[in-house]
Design a protein around this ligand. Structure first.
Ligand code: BES
Ligand code: MN
Ligand code: ZN
Length: 500
C-alpha cells in the first residue's frame, strides 16, 4: 500500500473510491454532503441522509454518477477519539479492498477543534488502513472453487488541507514503518511451530537486522550453557530443536544508557513434562509474541532512525516433554547464580526470562522492559482488553501507560507487594517457579522475574491476553497474533527521544 498526500480539500479525481468521515450530527452531515457533491460533481439521493447517521458503527457505500463514495461514521463529536477514527477508517478500507479496488482516496479528517493535530489524524488513518487489511495467508496454497483471487489496494491518496507537505509526508512515512513493524510481529507470531523454532527465529532476526540496519548476535546452546544460563538450557533440554539466545543492538542515541527489551521466545509451549491439555494447545505456537514484538520494535525504531539506544534480548526455546526434558523438582541455576526450584515445567517463560533480564544488567540499562505471553491468569484478570504491567518504577509505568493510551494498546498495573513475593519462596532453592495454587498467578509470575532484575528500573508486560486473540479485538486488530507491543513501545521510544 503506497500513500500520497494531496494538500487540497478536493481529492485527486482518479481514485476508484473516496472515503469521508462524518460525525453523528445531522446538520453537519447535510452540510458536508453538499461539499462532497460539489467536489466530486455528484448528487446524493435525499434518502442517503435518512439512513446514514454518522454512527461509529456505520460505513455506507454510496454510488453516484459513476463514483463510489464511502461515508464512514465516527460517532458523536463529544465522544470522538482517535480510536473511533482508526476503526472507522479500517472498516471503510477493508470494504474497498473487498471490492477489489486498487486506488482509493481518503479524506484527512478535520475534527473541527477537538485538539488533535493533523499528524495524529494522518497517523491514525495510515496505520489503521494498513493494519486493517492484514491477513496471514502464507500457507494457503490451493484455493477452493468459490474462493476468489486476493486483491490488494496498492495506492492511497490522503487529501485535505493538512498543512506542510514535508511534515505530513514524514508522518505518513513513520506510520507506514510502525504499521509494518506491527505486521512483522503478527507474522512471526502466526508462524506454526514446525516452521518457527529457535534457530529459524534467530535466522529471521538476523535477516531483519540486515534489512533494517541493526546488529544481531546469536548464541548457540553451547555458548548459552557456558554463560551459565540454566533457565534457557533447562527449558530447552527436552527438544530436538536447541535453544538460541538472540541479542540485538541499535545505537541511535550516542552514549546514553540503553533501554533493554527482553521478549519471551518460546516457539512452542507444550507445557513440557507438566503437559498442557490438548484442547487449544495449537495456540501455543504464539508463545513467542513477546519476542515478535521486540523484533517489530527494532524494525520500526531502526527504520525511523530514532535517537535512542536500545538492546533486544530474546531467549528462545521449544518447551517439549521427552526423556531429556527437565522435570518438576529439578533445580536450575540462572545466569545471576540464583537457584530455582521447578515445581511446574509449564511455568517455563519466567525461567528463560530470568536469564534474559539478569543478562540485561550487563548493559547498564536505563530501563529493562520484558514482554511475555506469560500467564493464562492474565486473561482472567484483564481479558483481551489490556496488558498487565508489573513494575518497580512508577515513573516508567506512567510513561508506558501514557504511550499505551495514545496508541490504544492499553496497559494496567497490578501490585507487586511483599506479600506476593513470599508466595514464590522455596524450601530447597532461592526461589520457586510457581506460587501457591492459582492465587494471583500473573502477579507471582511477575514477582519471579523481579527477583532477577537486580536494582534496575524494570517493567514487565504480560501480553498473554492481548497478543494472541481468539477473535478480532477491533476493525484493525485481527484474530490470532495481534502484534501488540510494537505500536506501544515505538510510541514510548518516540516520547523518550523527544524528552531527552
Ligand atoms: N504460555 C503460557 C501462558 C499462556 C496461557 C498464554 C494461555 C496464553 C494463553 C505459560 O507458559 C504457561 O503455561 N503458564 C502457566 C503457568 C502456571 C503453570 C503457573 C499458566 O498460565 O497456566
Ligand atoms: Mn507454559
Ligand atoms: Zn509459555
Amino acid at each position: 500500500m503506497k500513500f500520497n498526500y494531496v494538500n487540497s480539500i478536493s481529492p485527486d479525481g482518479k481514485a476508484e473510491a473516496y472515503i469521508y468521515f462524518l460525525y453523528r450530527d445531522e446538520k453537519r452531515i447535510s452540510e458536508e454532503l453538499k461539499y462532497i457533491e460539489k467536489d466530486l460533481k455528484i448528487k446524493f439521493d435525499s434518502q442517503t441522509l435518512k439512513d446514514f447517521k454518522g454512527k461509529d458503527s456505520q460505513t455506507y457505500l454510496v454510488y453516484q454518477n459513476g463514483k463510489r463514495v464511502f461515508l464512514s461514521g465516527v460517532g458523536k463529536k463529544e465522544k470522538f477519539t482517535l480510536e473511533k477514527l482508526r476503526n472507522s477508517c479500517a472498516r471503510a478500507v477493508k470494504y474497498a479492498e473487498s471490492l477489489k479496488l486498487k486506488k482509493i482516496a481518503i479524506e484527512i479528517f478535520n475534527t473541527d477543534g477537538k485538539g488533535f493535530s493533523y499528524g495524529d489524524i494522518v497517523n491514525a488513518e495510515v496505520e489503521s488502513a494498513i493494519l486493517g487489511t492484514y491477513s496471514f495467508k502464507k500457507y494457503k496454497k490451493t484455493k477452493s472453487k468459490d474462493e476468489e483471487d486476493e486483491s490488494r489496494i496498492n495506492e492511497v491518496v490522503l487529501f485535505g488541507k493538512a498543512g506542510n507537505e514535508k511534515d505530513i509526508k514524514k508522518v505518513i512515512n513513520d506510520s507506514v514503518i510502525i504499521a509494518n513493524g506491527t505486521i512483522t510481529a503478527r507474522d512471526i507470531g502466526n508462524e506454526p511451530g514446525n516452521y518457527m523454532y529457535p534457530d529459524s527465529l534467530a535466522k529471521l532476526v538476523v535477516s531483519e537486522g540486515k534489512k533494517h540496519k541493526y546488529d544481531v548476535k546469536v548464541l548457540n546452546e553451547k555458548e548459552i550453557a557456558k554463560l551459565g544460563m540454566g533457565g534457557v538450557i533447562g527449558v530447552g533440554k527436552g527438544s530436538e530443536n536447541p535453544p538460541r539466545f538472540i541479542i540485538m543492538k541499535y545505537n541511535g542515541g550516542g552514549n546514553k544508557n540503553p533501554i533493554v527489551f527482553v521478549g519471551k521466545g518460546v516457539t512452542f509451549d507444550t507445557g513440557g513434562i507438566s503437559l498442557k491439555p490438548g484442547a487449544g494447545m495449537e495456540n501455543m505456537k504464539m508463545d513467542m509474541c513477546g519476542a515478535a514484538a521486540v523484533v517489530g520494535i527494532f524494525n520500526a525504531v531502526a527504520s525511523m532512525k530514532l535517537k535512542v539506544n536500545i538492546i533486544g534480548i530474546i531467549p528462545s526455546v521449544e518447551n517439549m516433554p521427552s526423556h531429556n526434558a527437565f522435570k518438576p523438582g529439578d533445580i536450575l541455576t540462572a545466569y545471576n547464580g540464583m537457584t530455582i526450584e521447578v515445581q511446574n515445567t509449564d511455568a517455563e517463560g519466567r525461567l528463560i526470562l530470568a536469564d534474559g533480564v539478569a543478562y540485561a544488567d550487563n548493559f547498564k540499562p536505563k530501563y529493562i522492559i520484558d514482554m511475555a505471553t506469560l500467564t493464562g491468569a492474565a486473561l482472567i484478570a484483564l481479558g483481551h482488553t489490556a496488558s498487565i504491567a508489573i513494575t518497580n518504577d512508577n515513573e516508567l509505568y506512567n510513561k508506558v501507560r501514557k504511550a499505551g493510551d495514545e496508541v490504544f494498546e492499553r496497559v494496567w498495573e497490578l501490585p507487586s507487594w511483599d506479600e506476593y513475593d513470599k508466595l514464590i519462596d522455596s524450601d530447597v532453592a532461592d526461589v520457586c517457579n510457581i506460587g501457591k495454587g492459582r492465587a494471583a498467578g500473573s502477579i507471582t509470575a511477575g514477582m519471579f522475574i523481579k527477583r532477577f532484575v537486580a536494582d534496575n528500573k524494570w517493567l514487565h508486560l504480560d501480553i498473554a491476553g492481548t497478543a494472541m486473540l481468539p477473535a478480532a479485538a477491533s476493525e484493525y486488530v485481527p484474530k490470532y497474533s495481534s502484534g501488540v507491543g510494537v505500536r506501544l513501545f515505538t510510541k514510548f521510544l518516540i516520547n523518550e527521544a523527544n524528552n531527552n
